[in-house]
Structure formats: C-alpha cells, structure tokens
Design a protein around this ligand. Structure first.
Ligand code: FAD
Length: 361
C-alpha cells in the first residue's frame, strides 16, 4: 500500500462516520492514503454475525470485539456519535467539529452498545451466566438473531428448554419460504418450541410467566429480546442530506457509491438504498469499491475511471445453527446441515474478518 508520503496527498481529509462492518474496513483500507478520521460511538468494532456465539463462548467474544486502535493505527479515532453533517464538517455529540474533503457515511444499525471493549466483554460474560443459570429460556423474535441464538443455546446446552416466539408467519423472513421451513424443522428437531404469528408482552412479567398475544402462557427463567433494530438515520434527515434520503431513511447512492447529488460524500452498507439483501459481506464489498474510488479521487483522477458497484441480487445468505450446522441459501437452492456449517458456523468468518483488517486470525 502506498504511504501518504509516496502519494503526496498529505492533508486530504477523509472522515468516516460509523465504525461497523463497512466503516472499519474502509478506514483500514484508506489510512495510508489520506488523513482519515474514524468517528464511532464506541471504541471498538464488533463482528456482528459472531455476537450470538460470543454469548456462549468467551473466547469468541474476545476475538470478535476489536479495538479500533488495533487495526486503525495511522488515522485518528473520535469516540463520540456524529449528530450533524454540514457541507464541510461533521459535528459530534461531544461538540467537536471535524472538517472533511471527503465524507463516508456508514452508520448502518446503531445497536445499543457499551463504549469500551472491556464493558462489552463483561456484558457477554453476564449473558453466559444468565443462560447457564436458567433451565428455561424465552427468545422473542425469530429473525436471524433469534434463530441463531436459539441454535447456539440448544447445541451448547441441550438440556435447556427453549421457546422461540415470532410475530411473523415464518422464521427468518429474509430467506425463502423453503429455506425458512428447513430452519423451523431443524429447531423443532432440537426440541425448541416455536410459536409463530404471536407476540409477547415482556413488560408485564416479573415471575417468569409470559403471555402471548394468542393467549398462551410461557414459563421461562429468563428471556432474550431479538427483535432487530431499525435503521437509525433520523439524525441525518435533519441535515442537508435530507433530500437524498428515501422514505425508509436510506441514502440514495449512485453507481460509484456516492450520495446522489454529492460528489464528495459516499454512503456504504445497510444505510444505502441499494436494492439488495442487507448483509455484511456486501457492506465489505461497498467499502472495497469506495476505497478504490476515494484513492483515485484523492490522486486527482478523472471521474470516468471510477469503479462501479452493481447490486448483488444473488440472495446468498447463510444462517448458522450452532457450531456445526447451518442453512445456506443460494440463488436457486437452499441447503441445510454440515456443509453450510463448515462454510460459516465453525468460525463464523471471524478469522477471515480479522485477517482482512491486518490482524492475526
Ligand atoms: C446477529 C446478526 C447476524 C448477522 N449475520 C450476518 C451474516 O452471517 N452475514 C452477513 O453478511 N451479514 C450478517 N449480518 C448483517 C451485517 O452485520 C450487516 O449487514 C452489517 O453489519 C452492515 O454493516 P454497516 O457497515 O452498514 O453498519 P453496521 O455494521 O451496522 O455498523 C454501523 C456502525 O455505526 C455506528 N454508528 C451508528 N450511528 C452512529 C453515529 N451517529 N455516529 C457514529 N457512529 C454511529 C454504530 O455504532 C456501528 O459501529 C448480521 C447482523 C446481525 C445483527
């Protein structure tokens, strides 16, 4: 990778807002080519698809929660949420104005999270104790998070009674109905009680008794809420980028991943309106394309040489089911069992993701 000195581009300021999948990766890729500032609300990047394993395996928690400073060694880290974007500055909640020549918005989903790695690891230790000390566990939400958590618990703790309640008509609705049915069958074969088409009132229970909207009573020693987090881009809708947002709060981008109408502002990952499944492996591809484009723009290259990104419509997705099995959805077929397990479930791409950030697996 060329150094700042080699490119002669000292002083081009790139501000990356959001230190998730695409933000951490692009900050890593660009740190030798510009003055990069990474603005994140926390001190670490966490590999999101390993966080259910992190709840049952402390070693996984340790590997998948990565301090930004471990891979982002040449730029400046600002640990404070961005609260406003102006035409040449970003304002943080701590009141700092950070100037930019190029801005990259990657704020995806702002899952509530502690600020430090230590706090996050201690959170996972607490979750593991909660699981260990419960005989019966209620999981609310049957999207990928709820399904994968159920898988982790029944494989590592087969004696626990797990009940999964999902409001929708089928599990993991982002995959095909056939794939979803395979996941349901797998969970029921592991004695998970799956209740579909119902919700649970969590606030009312203090004695381990939960009522579903369909009038069923569930007894559980503890519960986990896995209902997913909506995109939180409301703060951007108060800025001059408002006109580039759609009604779902997503930023419209052109084929070079620049926010429509703004030649020096990129948006990547889940926050974009790219018509494709919202997945981390695609967020990383966005980061790779945008990094190439930013390097070219910084060097003064012509717009005509910018790389383009084409929406990925393959629908490829893998849902892990414990440590050894999984469900993989390919364009025309879905496959459940050990082969998807080898693909994803064993290490959850954690070693690969760490290597991509220049770290030991
Ligand atoms: C449980 C789970 C399992 C998943 N499994 C898979 C999988 O197997 N494969 C796959 O490809 N994808 C998977 N995904 C989806 C994948 O994680 C997302 O698509 C990906 O994280 C999106 O990346 P992103 O860069 O858009 O934003 P995110 O990774 O969501 O990161 C956003 C970052 O922005 C920060 N932020 C938010 N608001 C602000 C602000 N105002 N100022 C500063 N920082 C801010 C957040 O703290 C966060 O660090 C999974 C997701 C979850 C939750």
């Amino acid at each position: 990778m060329a150094s700042v000195e080699q490119t002669g581009n000292v002083g081009k300021k790139v501000v990356v807002v959001g230190g998730g999948v695409s933000g951490s990766y692009i900050a890593y890729l660009l740190q030798s080519d510009a003055d990069v500032v990474l603005v994140d609300e926390k001190e670490f990047f966490e590999i999101p698809w390993s966080n259910l394993r992190a709840m049952v395996e402390p070693k996984m928690a340790e590997r998948s929660v990565i301090n930004h400073q471990d891979y982002f060694t040449k730029g400046r880290l600002v640990t404070s949420p961005a609260v406003n974007i102006m035409e040449s500055d970003v304002l943080t909640a701590d009141g700092e104005n950070i100037p930019y020549d190029y801005l990259v918005i990657t704020t995806g989903h702002g899952y509530p999270s502690p600020r430090t790695k230590l706090e996050k690891i201690s959170y996972y230790q607490g979750e593991l104790e909660k699981i260990k000390s419960a005989n019966s566990i209620l999981i609310v939400g049957g999207g990928p998070t709820g399904v994968e958590l159920a898988g982790e618990i029944v494989v590592d703790f087969p004696d626990k009674k797990v009940t999964l309640v999902h409001r929708g008509p089928r599990l993991a609705e982002f995959i095909s109905p056939g794939a979803s049915k395979k996941v349901l069958n797998w969970l029921t074969s592991k004695k998970v009680e799956v209740i579909l088409g119902q919700s649970v009132e969590l606030g009312g229970s203090s004695d381990g008794t939960y009522q579903t909207s369909g009038g069923e009573t569930i007894i559980a020693d503890c519960h986990f809420l896995c209902t997913g987090v909506p995109l939180d881009s409301s703060w951007i809708s108060e800025t001059f980028l408002k006109k580039s947002m759609d009604d779902k709060g997503r930023l419209a981008v052109d084929k070079h991943l620049r926010v429509t109408g703004h030649s020096n502002i990129f948006a990547l990952g889940d926050i974009t309106d790219i018509p494709e499944i919202k997945q981390g492996y695609l967020a990383k591809q966005h980061a790779a394309v945008a990094a190439k484009n930013l390097k070219k723009l910084i060097k003064g290259s012509d717009e005509s040489v910018l790389s383009t990104y084409k929406a990925n419509t393959s629908g490829l997705a893998v849902v892990s089911l414990g440590r050894k099995e999984g469900m993989a959805q390919f364009p025309f077929v879905s496959l459940i069992g050990c082969i998807p397990g080898i693909l994803k479930s064993k290490d959850l791409f954690v070693g690969k993701s760490r290597k991509e950030l220049g770290l030991a697996p």
